[in-house]
Ligand binder design. Structure first.
Ligand SMILES: Nc1ncnc2c1ncn2[C@@H]1O[C@H](COP(=O)(O)OP(=O)(O)OP(=O)(O)O)[C@@H](O)[C@H]1O
Length: 231
């Protein structure tokens, strides 16, 4: 589903150049929960952003569902993003002036689903993440875990095959963090989504099918079936 080969990412140039990724190879398959771990500055967010077509690699190959995206014209990237990815961030990135339902409806609109169809679908998505009684709540009136569940509902608006999450549980208490991971894991298990999570959060590692360690912009090792090994 995602095939990454020898990806290099350099920010800046000359003496100011930062070599964030130095030849990364990685495959992500449908139905798996992959966690990316590594020290601060090791390149995790850069890799996630390149996977999600938010950033372009400097060189190498990134194939999403068979389509090469390295070298693709900048203006073609939004469609690849919209067709393949849902994004979840540590800081939720919700619109504070919109209700839970309106936050989800906005993303549905980008997919061409609006009006009563959009409202129904937004409500259905919020029900799926356990927020049936919060359609009309504003983010400020909800807990961190509830806000992150709105963000998940929004990420699922376009029914994407791949979910990319950057530190989704870092701002949450243990219970909310585990609820968020339960939802993400069930998307992989029951709906065959690929879920890639950047995390420092040792509380959630047992949800991973595979843990990939990054150091200095390189894959430093990987643990297959982390969940089974931990059991
Ligand atoms: N826009 C940018 N311009 C220049 N350098 C950058 C930029 N973004 C990231 N970097 C550098 O690239 C390297 C990798 O950064 P990245 O954010 O991918 O690491 P990370 O592993 O996600 O770190 P953290 O865990 O702290 O979020 C770091 O040295 C960082 O300073």
């Amino acid at each position: 589903m995602i095939e990454i080969r020898n990806v290099v990412k350099t920010y800046g140039r000359g003496s100011a150049a930062v070599h964030a990724l130095n030849g990364v190879d990685l495959d992500v398959s449908p139905g798996e929960v992959l966690m990316l771990m590594g020290p601060s500055g090791s390149g995790k967010t850069t890799l996630l952003s390149i996977m999600g077509c938010i950033l372009q690699a400097t060189s190498g190959s990134v194939r999403i569902a068979g389509q090469e995206i390295v070298g693709l014209a900048e203006k073609k990237l939004p469609k690849v993003r919209l067709d393949h990815f849902g994004f979840i961030f540590q800081g939720f990135n919700l619109f504070p002036a919109l209700t839970a339902r309106e936050n989800v409806e906005l993303t549905l609109k980008l997919k061409g689903i609006s009006g009563s169809a959009g409202r129904k679908r937004a409500e259905h998505l919020l029900e799926q993440v356990g927020l049936a009684d919060k359609f009309k709540s504003y983010p400020a009136d909800l807990s961190g875990g509830q806000k992150q569940r709105i963000a998940i509902a929004r990420a699922l608006a376009g029914d994407p095959p791949i979910i990319l999450a950057d530190e989704p549980t870092a701002a949450l208490d243990s219970h909310s963090g585990l609820t968020v991971m339960e939802i993400l894991t069930s998307l992989a298990r029951e709906r065959d989504r690929a879920v890639v999570v950047v995390t420092h959060d040792s509380r959630v590692l047992h949800y991973a099918d595979r843990i990939v360690h990054i150091a200095d912009g390189r894959i430093a090792g990987s643990e297959e079936d982390a969940k089974e090994e931990a059991a």
